[in-house]
Design a protein around this ligand. Structure first.
Ligand code: PLP
Length: 272
């Protein structure tokens, strides 16, 4: 018999194209050596050209998935991706408290506040942003917004390192323990500099900017790699540094697929 690996739970939407969402999370969990479990929140219809639509799963079915795995298999770390509606977010928040997942229970909880796909298609009903702010951020060990999500959540427009720091402070006021303000969408910067902060430590994480349009699922892959490291008992700064290394290699290995944007690839890890 083999030793049981650590477990990670993703609460997120399905991407029929296999590059983002639940599919990206499971690819990453597998490549990072943790057992991945899923609570599916929505089924999107999409390919490399964009999201054609989505149907959300009833909130009680979302929370039943969480309770089923937490009660029997145990969750070493959890993350959220696409949550679709305020009703799902509120039900998830309530259930996480019941099954003792989140920063107050010492089970790391990563919130990737997914609002739209990189093709510009909305993945969140309008009223749901406030639910992410009020219900999920206070329970989060770490939140990982990109710059578009930062603007939607805080109103802060990040244009340089100083405003990135200001954005981190504004996000911390919403209650998460740590924030990672991702700099990948600051295209005037030749590097991708992410800022990690808990209000005391401010760590700039520089990385190369790869010349590729194939970055579908990049945000999900980073958040999942961090979640996998947290499940394996790394602290937040180490888990984020590890996640950053993971996404850099995954972007470097991204492949074209379909006529639009191809997915980042976590498979490099399996070759070594
Ligand atoms: N589809 C689903 C289900 C997602 O969760 C996400 C991102 O979180 C996307 C699509 C968008 O991915 P990207 O912005 O990398 O295209």
């Amino acid at each position: 018999m083999t030793e049981t690996p650590k477990t990670a739970l993703t609460i997120a939407g399905s991407d029929s194209g296999g590059g983002a969402g639940i599919q990206a999370d499971l690819r990453t969990f597998f490549a990072c050596g943790v057992h991945g479990m899923t609570a599916i929140t929505a089924v999107t219809v999409q390919n490399s050209l964009g999201v054609q639509g989505f149907t959300e799963i009833p909130p009680d079915v979302v929370t039943a998935q969480i309770r089923a795995v937490a009660g029997d298999m145990g969750v070493d770390a959890a993350k959220t991706g696409m949550l679709a509606t305020a009703e799902i977010i509120e039900a998830v928040a309530e259930t996480l408290d019941k099954v003792h997942i989140g920063r107050s229970f010492d089970v790391p909880f990563v919130v990737d506040p997914v609002a739209a796909s990189m093709t510009g298609d909305s993945l969140l009903r309008d009223e749901a942003l406030e639910a992410i702010r009020s219900q999920l951020f206070p329970r989060a060990t770490l939140v990982t917004p990109n710059l578009d999500e930062v603007r939607l959540l805080t109103g802060v427009e990040v244009t340089d390192r100083a405003s990135q720091r200001h954005a981190a402070d504004a996000l911390l006021e919403l209650g998460p323990q740590w924030v990672l303000v991702k700099g990948g969408h600051l295209y005037t910067d030749p590097e991708c500099v992410d800022l990690l902060s808990d209000g005391v430590q401010h760590v700039e994480l520089p990385g190369p900017r790869y010349d590729t349009k194939h970055t579908h699922g990049g945000g999900d892959t980073l958040a999942s790699a961090i979640t996998a490291s947290l499940a394996q008992d790394l602290g937040v700064p180490d888990a984020v540094a590890e996640g950053k290394r993971f996404i850099e290699r995954s972007v470097a290995d991204a492949y074209p697929l379909g006529a639009g944007v191809g997915p980042v690839s976590p498979f490099w890890r399996l070759r070594h």
